[in-house]
Design a protein around this ligand. Sequence first.
Ligand SMILES: [Zn+2]
Length: 200
Amino acid sequence: MSMLETRFLSGKMSIRSDYGTFPVSSQNQARFYRNYSSFVLKALRRVAFQKFLKWMLKKEQIEKQAVKAVHVKVLPLRNKHGKGIAGQCDPVRGRIQIYPKTSNFCRLFKRKFGRKALLLYAGNRARAALIHELLHLKYMEDEKTVRALAQEYFRILTQKKYAQNTQSPNIYVMIFNAKRSGSVSSPRVFCDSIITPKLA
Ligand SMILES: [Zn+2]
């Protein structure tokens, strides 16, 4: 397989900082979010994941050209209910945004599960969000179908990798626990279907 093939969507992915939309109280916090976004960009650009996306888009008959840009946002976004959003898709313009968890969430997560699990969670949360948002390019506002398919694709992505390693937290369960509700607004699709592990 050539370099160009394995890169697939990598060239369309970039980090977008938008300071001012989310309060960042310190230099430490600003550094945290910068590190988070570069980590996520790397996770999304992994050759193995790019190959998976290529396979998935082909299977779904979604043209690569339908994806104009994937922006890895530096700062989190909350919906009107105050819930953190994992991703967002504008199917008409072919633009996808991937959002981080808050620094506060990550601090608590790290305390409870450790640094390794946090990195595993953050990378896979972004991958799950991208899979979900890419499916919106085809299924538009059919949130139910997108959720069902996204879970199935994420399961395929993760089962091989983690099946033999019982030491790893079950990332599939962690990310898709049992979420069912959700509303969609048009034409932009805001998605919060990715579960947040309980830290308390
Ligand atoms: Zn959605």
